[in-house]
Design a protein around this ligand. Sequence first.
Ligand code: ASP
Length: 347
Amino acid sequence: MKHTEKSAILLIYTGGTIGMKEDPVILALRPFDFSQILEEVPELGKFAYRVDSYTFDPLIDSSDVEPSLWKTLAALIEERYDDYDGFVVLHGTDTMAYSASALSFMIEGLTKPVIFTGSQLPIGMPRTDGKENLISAVEIAAAKDSEGHARVPEVCIYFDNVLMRGNRTSKINSDNFRAFRSENLPPLAEAGISIRYNSGLIRTPSSWDARPVFHKELDTRVAILKMHPGITPQVVRNILCGPESRAVIIETYGAGNAPSKKWFLDLILEALEMGKVILNVTQCLAGSVNMDIYATGKCLKDAGVASGYDSTTESALAKLFHLLGTSSDTDSVRKGLESDLRGEISK
Ligand code: ASP
């Protein structure tokens, strides 16, 4: 696409509250036809750029999202990459942080924005947050710098006036309009009267001219073990040493600490001997894993557990799906986990 042409944005509607309305029969929210969204947001027609739309069939509540949807999304963006300046993905909020994380790993060398957004209230409701979220997400997806490059060539979530790196976000509120947080990374942009970009934080590709690489292979054989006082050896064994998984994420306490009991460490060693990758992420909303501080973290590190640093669980899961999908070698998966691939961790 040449800079002289009118900018074009592809709006991809996957489902979620933003495009739902009440079904009078079941008295619950159901997705409605996307053409009605455009009727609800005539402001989209006022932009100086072209906004095309693509609707998923079937539309889904994001609680039903599967990695197959991420593959379809990645394939769609790949197929239409040269035709658009940016992409806006309308998605349910419940699993948006997982989908944005996944897409960030699946697209390497992105030169155009992929902005996820949604809403807490359907777009047809008087107090909806959907209109502002959608309109600003489109504006951000179309924004260029003075050289004609995208201002935010990243996979992001835009919600309630804040633009966040997708693989840094978590849904933290099921009720408030501020539904997402990026605790370990400041916003990439904030929308007020104007949109203020935090250029120092926004990642840029090594080449603006190269086409991104789309990685569509995902291996979902990952389990998550959330530590809690009172957890039994049987429960830990089932999750850690189950034959179905290639990797286990342990959600530990504080700076990456877990029980120092012998049975627990024995199970960690057993799982590692089975060839599994074990990744340590913290249950804390903010801060990082540092397995050098306490003896209870140090023994995990010494055993061979990889550090998730300040990763969210959503991002850690998506990163593992991606790394396991692209490599059968445990060491290279472990190395990839401890590397910053898409701005998802700070070391
Ligand atoms: N259940 C909805 C979904 O995630 C909630 C939302 O869109 O906010 O699809």
